[in-house]
Design a protein around this ligand. Structure first.
Ligand code: SF4
Length: 499
């Protein structure tokens, strides 16, 4: 029996502030390739999408709200997909962007273009207020207030050639950034010295280069992975190929976002040199040790719990467990097709509705059963609703194994959650400033709750045992500030959530 589940599972997850892609090719269809890459990066931002391309003489651009396909394609009367994007005769360079944000207006859609320079950004600058003061910038620039719009204004306040302006401005920026810039004839890409967000370089099969947030963009762009752009590195791509033109000399520690591996990146991507699915499977294998004694059904929380779930399955199959590995929710893929809202939402208000109508409970897997849910992380209140619904459908007990430690603190580096929203960050659940898992368990209505430890998480990253946690996060060049509260770059307490 299937019953509609009024639940917004996916919107209650960490959301990344965006995807970037850039291209330089004398032999390819620049607009089409950018869009192909953006479609493969749509999981990083669904609010809107845009491209800017150039042929060395002029730019054309298009950006609109919606999923990438809905921005750049329409259907004709026969239902065939028709291209609906600008091409520029002789174009050879361009950049693209997918945006996610909980705030801001459609004026925030990227790329931004001004003064012969286009910019797209994944991350979050931590010194926007200082930049506004230093450069006497208004709160709103051409209707936009985001850190990216401020970044472009700062670039254009610098002296010299376009390249000199970009390099000079980068020295002013603090926090998390993976930028792509395009001038009329050159592509630039830069990653902050901490390396918070991923950024990779690929070689196009037909000649030329791409830059993208994740390797998942490469296959459809007909490109092969070349290398990561290094933390602090700025590259330039033109007819002469790829040149490193800047290495940030600020003496900073690398702190790559561990959440890229836990949730944000696509399972078929390789991020920070680590195959994402392999990492998630190893996390699942670690979680198996914490299964309760009596289990009938082990189920993923869709969709994000599936990576760790597969690790649990392989370990449990190996030890010949009697548990069933079953789904307890049925996702109706065919709902919301008309609006294009297959995954989440277009506007912050609209997103709840789009996701609430997707899931049904598979009651035969639930009634009378002891259920273990596998999920990647717990942010706000979805788990409580899931547990309530499963119990209302007759579950005997509901337990949870979570593939991330408790998220107690806000992220200041481009992932969308603030402290006030976090179940494990609420002061009631943190007596003496330490999270009380028992309290969280009771609040969520669970019969048992296990969060993976820092040590287990790092073992999954490194593939071998570790000691001295949580310091190992820093030693191994990962950021875990949302778990530990130790921020590698100071944030001002008013974490910006405008991408
Ligand atoms: Fe990633 Fe958490 Fe660090 Fe933000 S605070 S960059 S989500 S690990």
């Amino acid at each position: 029996m299937h019953e509609k589940l009024n639940l917004n599972i996916e919107a209650d997850k960490p959301q990344d502030n965006c995807a970037v892609v850039g291209i330089f090719t004398k032999t390819g269809d620049v607009s089409k390739l950018l869009i192909d890459g953006l479609i493969e990066l749509n999981h990083r931002g669904q609010e809107g999408s845009g491209i800017v391309v150039s042929n060395g003489e002029e730019f054309v651009e298009k950006k609109n709200p919606g999923l990438v396909e809905t921005v750049f394609y329409v259907r004709d009367e026969n239902g065939e997909l028709i291209e609906n994007f600008p091409r520029l005769q002789g174009s050879f360079t361009g950049i693209g962007h997918n945006r996610y944000s909980t705030s801001g207006t459609l004026n925030e859609l990227q790329p931004f273009l001004e003064g012969g320079i286009a910019i797209a950004h994944n991350g979050n600058l931590t010194n926007v207020q200082e930049l506004k003061v230093e450069f006497d910038l208004p709160d709103e620039i051409n209707g936009a207030r985001s850190d990216t719009r401020v970044s472009l204004a700062v670039v254009n306040r610098m002296e010299g050639t376009e390249e000199e302006k970009i390099l000079a401005a980068l020295k002013k920026f603090e926090g998390a950034y993976s930028f792509v810039f395009s001038t009329k004839d050159t592509l630039y890409a830069s990653r902050d010295p901490h390396g918070f967000r991923p950024l990779i370089l690929g070689k196009l099969d037909g000649g030329g280069y791409v830059v993208a947030s994740e390797t998942s963009a490469l296959r459809e762009m007909k490109a092969k992975f070349d290398r990561e752009i290094l933390p602090g590195e700025t590259i330039k791509i033109n007819e002469d190929g790829v040149t490193t033109i800047g290495i940030d000399e600020r003496n900073t520690e690398i702190s790559r976002c561990i959440f890229e591996l836990i949730y944000l990146s696509r399972p078929d991507s390789i991020v920070f040199g680590i195959p994402v699915m392999e990492f998630r499977r190893r996390v699942g294998e670690a979680l198996v040790k914490h299964l309760p004694e009596k289990v009938d059904v082990i189920a993923p929380v869709p969709d994000s719990g599936r990576g760790a779930w597969s690790g649990v399955i392989s370990a449990e199959v190996a030890r010949k467990s009697d548990a069933l590995f079953e789904e307890v929710f049925y996702p109706n893929k065919y709902r919301n097709i008309m609006t294009g809202n297959l995954r989440t939402f277009i506007s912050p208000n609209g997103r709840v509705k789009a996701a609430t109508e997707k899931y049904s409970v598979i009651e035969s897997n639930v009634r009378g059963k002891d259920i273990v849910l596998i999920d990647d992380s717990i942010l706000r209140g979805s788990m409580k609703r899931i547990v309530g619904i499963l119990k209302a459908h007759g579950a005997r007990s509901v337990h949870a194994l979570i593939a991330a430690p408790p998220i107690e603190h806000a992220c200041g580096y481009g992932v969308d959650f603030g402290t006030d929203e976090l179940v494990a960050g609420k002061s009631d659940n943190r007596p003496n400033n330490v999270v009380d898992i028992e309290k969280v368990k009771v609040e969520l209505g669970l019969d048992s709750l296990y969060y993976i430890s820092y040590a287990e998480l790092l073992e999954a990253v490194l593939g071998n045992p570790v000691e001295n946690v949580p310091e190992v996060f820093e030693q191994n060049k990962f950021c875990g500030a949302c778990f530990t509260g130790r921020y590698p770059v100071p944030i001002d307490g008013t974490v910006s959530k405008i991408a």
